[in-house]
Design a protein around this ligand. Sequence first.
Ligand SMILES: [Zn+2]
Length: 122
Amino acid sequence: MPNISEKELNKIRNSLLEYKKQLQQEIHDELIKEGSSPALSLAGKVHDKQEESLSEMLTEINLGLLKQHQHELKNLEAALRRMEDGAYGICIDCDAPIAIARLKANPTAVRCISCQAKHEQA
Ligand SMILES: [Zn+2]
């Protein structure tokens, strides 16, 4: 990790761990909510078509958020694993060090800015 000092790496690791705790809590809460969601129990009762689709919509929104949080958690765990492997802060496409400013703004980044731009175009 040529461009990150031990101190900065520890800072990023701590914020990742903090965020991971937060995410796990949110996912936990969302799962509980899904299990006893008023929208879900409503969906079983309403006969009015419009209300039914509204309930479905609400359920889909919740699932979308849950999915997004699970996705973030996965990225986060991958970043922590790369830290342990000493591969953190290295672009997975071109092996160049990722700018520290980019890592601070986006700690789970796996690509340097130019590779990320190419990746998003593809
Ligand atoms: Zn790159």
